[in-house]
Design a protein around this ligand. Structure first.
Ligand SMILES: [Zn+2]
Length: 475
């Protein structure tokens, strides 16, 4: 059965082309003068509501006061931002980012991090670990590099790093020693290796998440304490009518899709909820894997100007190769469509039963431009039937909760309240009415550092200009 092989192949997507960049936007420093956003409508995200007529004071990176405009004192030295007609909400999160491996320069990283900030994303979880990321997290936290709050997963457990239980245990010990925030799981290793590695992870108080290896299965993964299931991985495989498929030589992905019984989704979703297992759906990437759009159509999306031409070309090749793989996997147009429908049904079932969700896209995998992909992800979640509030919650309040409860770190963000970190987005229109309003940004606050719409536009234009010469048609 080649499902896990397929997954293994698509995990190594080249990010090299993203690394072709030159100078970077200015290095910011922590802002110490207070900021007052006056007379704004707050979307606190503690529950579904808006609170009009608020003035919010921000100092030293945090919200220090918030209340009715008439009763809230603005410090004399504060920078005032007129919030009339605007909406202030928590920043969003990309919980399955691939921050480049290797040893990229601050200039390269600056661009990628800026793409997130420019899109209102104030937290990312890096799921492709590399040792330099330990320092990167500190650099961002200190304000030496402008970027979203960063959490890092260790280099993954997979068939190469964990070919046997002893190797899995050794990889976990190394991850702990390096200081990563969590362990990333890739497919391809055995249940014995899983069990030994999980025991070691627990002994080291490390959480783990990502893919679900075929030999482990989503039920065993949940029962043994996986913290996040990414990509809706394992749920469809656990819902087939005929589980003998997986031990039958020559079984294709198409056979599996044809055998999925959606009536089994609910029990799995309830298990996720009852065991407190988070889900990072990354729907948009699978839409692009299996939709009918051509490589040319995807390459024409407006956000492609913020990555290099080499990157776009690589993505186009990947989309073409997927069409070939689909033929080998008996993925007819009907089965591709069914696959996407089943994934959306699974997501909707998770949301319906109250299983915890976290927003994520897996950028910069195929046609997922960092930051921009998240806004496409939200639209897929909406299409799946989630409410706007459910979608927003998965990228705000839930993220703070995950960081506090699962990572056991400072998760004082994701809601708008006094004492919280000022990781915020100021919008010209209400995103609870339409998620597309999330792109109408007046500015973003990253730990209290104000990044205005003008600075966002200028930064994006610098990045686009650096990539312009490499775009197809320009050489
Ligand atoms: Zn990943």
């Amino acid at each position: 059965m080649s499902l896990s092989l397929q997954r293994a192949r698509r995990t190594g997507i080249a990010v090299a082309a993203l690394l072709v960049t030159a100078a970077v936007p200015q290095v910011p420093h922590a802002q110490t003068t207070p900021i007052a956003i006056t007379d704004v409508t707050v979307i606190p995200m503690d529950r579904e509501r808006t609170v009009p007529g608020q003035t919010v004071i921000i100092q030293d990176g945090r919200i220090t006061a918030m209340g009715a405009t008439a009763r809230t004192t603005v410090p004399a030295n504060a920078t005032r931002i007129d919030g009339r007609g605007k909406f202030l909400m928590p920043g969003l999160a990309e919980m399955h980012a691939h921050v480049p491996p290797g040893n990229p320069t601050d200039e390269v990283l600056g661009d990628i991090l800026f793409l997130y900030v420019a899109n209102g994303i104030t937290t990312i979880r890096g799921m492709l670990g590399a040792p330099y990321q330990i320092q990167l997290k500190d650099k961002i936290a200190s304000g030496a590099l402008l970027g979203p709050r960063f959490f890092h997963a260790a280099p993954s457990l997979n068939q190469n790093s964990a070919p046997n239980p002893a190797a899995g245990v050794a990889a976990v010990k190394a991850a702990k020693a390096t200081g990563y925030d969590l362990m990333k799981i890739h497919p391809g290793f055995s249940r014995e290796t899983w069990d030994a590695s999980v025991a070691e992870l627990k002994a080291n108080a490390m959480t783990f998440g990502g893919h679900v290896p075929m030999a482990v299965g989503v039920v065993h993964a949940m029962r043994t304490g996986i913290a996040t299931i990414d990509h809706v991985d394992g749920y469809l495989e656990a819902s087939v009518r005929d589980s003998a498929l997986f031990s039958t030589p020559g079984t294709t992905l198409g056979d599996v899709i044809a055998s999925v019984d959606p009536s089994k989704f609910r029990a799995l979703a309830q298990m996720s909820r009852d065991l407190g297992v988070w889900n990072v759906p990354t729907m948009y990437l699978w839409e692009n894997f299996y939709n009918d759009l051509t490589p040319e159509q995807l390459a024409a999306l407006p956000e492609m100007r913020y990555v290099s031409g080499q990157q776009v070309t690589a993505w186009m090749t990947q989309k073409r190769n997927r069409a070939l793989a689909d033929a080998n996997q008996a993925m007819t147009p009907e089965r591709r469509s069914r696959y996407l429908t089943l994934r959306r049904e699974m997501l909707k079932t998770l949301a319906d039963v109250g299983a915890p969700l976290l927003m994520g896209t897996d950028s910069p995998q195929m046609f997922n431009v960092p930051g921009f992909a998240l806004h496409r992800e939200l639209q897929v979640a909406r299409t799946a039937g989630l409410s706007n509030y459910q979608v927003l919650e998965s990228g705000t309040r839930n993220v703070g909760r995950y960081v506090r409860e699962s990572l056991k770190q400072d998760g004082a963000f994701g809601t708008v309240a006094t004492g919280q970190w000022a990781d915020l987005v100021l919008l010209d229109a209400n995103p609870l009415e339409d998620l597309a309003h999330l792109t109408r940004r007046a500015g973003v606050l990253v730990r209290g550092r104000w990044v205005s719409a003008a600075e966002i536009t200028a930064g994006l234009e610098r990045i686009a200009a650096r990539h312009a010469a490499s775009r197809p048609g320009n050489n």
